[in-house]
Design a protein around this ligand. Sequence first.
Ligand code: IVH
Length: 683
Amino acid sequence: MSDPTVTDWSDLSVEELEEAVRYHNKKYWIDNDPEISDPDFDQLVETLKDRAPESEALEAIGPAGADVDVFDEETEKLEHAPPMLSLGKCYDEETLHKWYDKFEGDAVATPKIDGVAAALRYDGQGRLSVAATRGTGQIGEVMTEQARHVENIPSRVEATDIEVRGEAVMPVAVFQEKFKHEYANPRNLTAGALKQKDPKQTAKYGIRFFAFDLLGPTCGTEEEKLARLEELGFDVPQFEIVSRDDGQQYYDQIASRRAELRFETDGVVFKANRIDEQQRMGHTAHHPRYALAYKFQGDAGESILRDVIWSVSRTGAINPVGIVDPVVLSGATVTRVSLHNLAIMEHLGGDRGLTKDAKVLMMRRGGVIPNLEQVLEHGDEPIEIPEACPDCGAPTRRDNDVLVADHLQDCSSARLGQLRHFVSEMEIKGFGPKLLEQLYEQEIVTSPPDFFTLTVEDMVPLERVGRKLAEKQIRRIDRARTVSADSFLRALGIDELSHHVSKLLVDTYPSLETIRQLSADELVELHTIGEVIAETVTEGLNEKSELIDALLDHVEVEFPDPGDEVPEIADSPLQDKAVLFTGKMESMTRGKAKEEVQKRGGRCPSSVIRDLDYLVIGDADLERFKEGWRTNKLSKAERYNDDGSNIQIIGESQFLALLEDEPPSREEDLEGLPLFEASNDSK
Ligand code: IVH
C-alpha cells in the first residue's frame, strides 16, 4: 500500500473482515459516529472484495444494509427509478487503466464532490415538482420545499418531464466563514440543511447543487449531456475529456489543486463518454460499470493535543481551539485545530473527557479543513470549560451545544474579530493579530473607521513596528480609500452578506444609496436570494448605518463600470440600459451578448428587477410569448410592468438591431414591444 496512513487490513480473516465491514458501516450510517476514516473503510471493503467477492457483507454496505430504518418516519419517500447507484472505486493508475480498456473512446472526468446526492424531477410544464435525497439509492426522502431554497436549483426549466441527478454541497468558504466553529464538516451540514423542518432555513446554508445526470432526453455522449444540463440552467462540475493515457495526469492535477477547490472533493469520477458504450457495459446492483471513482486517500497524522484555548468569535460564541504539536497534513503544517463546540469536544473526549497531552489523530477532511478525528490515548489533566469569557470576564453559559456569554460592550475578542474581518475584506494586508491587538489595546484603533485616521507616528512606538513598516501600512490603508463596492459591503461584517450576495447586489444596483434603501421584499425578488438572507441583510445594513456613514467619510466606494474591461462603443441605444437574457439565442451565446451590452455602456443584472429595460428572449419564444406562453422571468417582468415598471420584452432580432445602433425610435416599430397588455390570458 502506498499510503501509510491507510490501515492495512490484510491480516484479518474473511469472517473478521465481514464483521468489521458490518460494524463500521453501522457506525457510519446509523450511529453517525464513524470510528475509522473514509479511506480506511474503503480499504477495508476492497480487502474483503479481493478475498471474498461474493460475501454478503458487501451487499449490506450503505444505510439499507445497516439493518435499521434510517428514515424519519414522518418524511415523505420517493422511489428512485432507476435506482440511484453508487460508484465503483479504485486507488491506483493500474486499475484505472484496466477500466479504460473495457470500452471504446475517451472518458469524461469530473471532480468527485463530497456532498449529498439528490434527484430533481420536473413536470410536464418544466416545473420543479419533486426533489429527494438519494437515501438508500432505491428510496429517498422528499425535500422539494427545501430544494426550492437552494439558490442554483432552477424552479423551472425549458424541458418537460425530466429528472436531474447530482450532488448538493456546501462551499468550503461558507463552512469556514459560518460553521466551522460549531460543526465537524460540510457534508453533514449539507444533509442537515436539506432536512430543515422550516424549508426557508435551508437558504441559510448556501448549499449549491451540481448536476451530472439527466434522465429523459437522449444524448449521444456524456459531454453532450453536461452541455444540455448547462443549457437548462444547471451548474455542472468542471469537466474534461480525458484519454486513457492522460487519466493519471488529470487525477494528479485535481489532487494537487484540491485545497483550492471551492468544494470538498474526495476523488475524480471517470465516465465512458459514449452513451452507446455505457449501455453496452451496463451496471451491477451496486454501481454502473461505465463509471469509476478514483479516490483520494485521506491524509492523516498523529499529534499531541497540548491545550485548548477559547476563542471569542465575531458573533460572541466562545469556541474551543486545540493547540497541537506541529503535524504535516496534505502538505501544510497544522498546529491549531478547531474543536467546533462543546458538544463535539465532549464527544471527542468520550467518558474521560478531553485531556491535555492526549495523543490524537489529525486529518484534513476533503484535503482542506484540519480536523481532530479521534483521541488515541488520554492524558492526565482534564481540560476545563471556562466559567467566564476569557476576554471581558462575562459569565459563560451553555446554549445547546455552544458556549456563549453576554459579552460586555468592550469585549476585546469580539471587537478584534470585527477588525480582523474588516482588514481582510478590504484587502488591507499586514495587519496581523499581534499588530491589531496592540492598536486595540492602546485604543488607537477600536472600530474600523479608526484605520483611516491612523498615522505613522501612532504606529512607530508599537512593538516590532519600525518607521518603515508603519509607512508601508499607511500606504496600504491609503490604497483602500478607494474600494470596490462588494468588498466594502462584506467588510461591514453583516451575516449573510457573503461573496455571492455582495456581488449580486453590486451587479444589480447602481449605488450604495440604492442598496441601503432596499426593503427585504425587493431583495427577495433577486433570483438567488431567499427571505432569510433578504431580511438579515437589510436589517444588518440598517443596524450598521452609523458605521457605514463614518466609513464613507474616508472611503470612496466604486461600482463596476460596465465599460471597464472593454472599449466602450459610444452613443448606443443600450447605454445605461439594464438588459437580461433568457432562453436560447441563435446568433451568439449569452456570455457574448452580455459582453456586447457592456461594451455599449449597459449592464446585465442576473435576474428580473424593477428597473430592467429589456428582457431578451429567442425569436421563437417571442412568438410563443405572444400566444400566451410564460416562464417565471416573463411573468415577473409583467408583474413589474403592472406595477409601473417599463420592461420591454424583445426577441433576439430586435436585440441585434439594438446592437447595430438602431434605437427603438417608436415602440410600435419593434414588433412585440411593449406586449404587456396582452398578458392577462396567460396567468
Ligand atoms: S457521476 C452512479 N460524478 O458520488 C452515479 N457522481 O459515491 C454516478 N458524486 O451517488 C454519478 N461527485 O452522488 C458522479 N462528479 C461526480 C460526482 C458524483 C459526487 C456522487 C454521486 C454518487 C456518489 C457515489
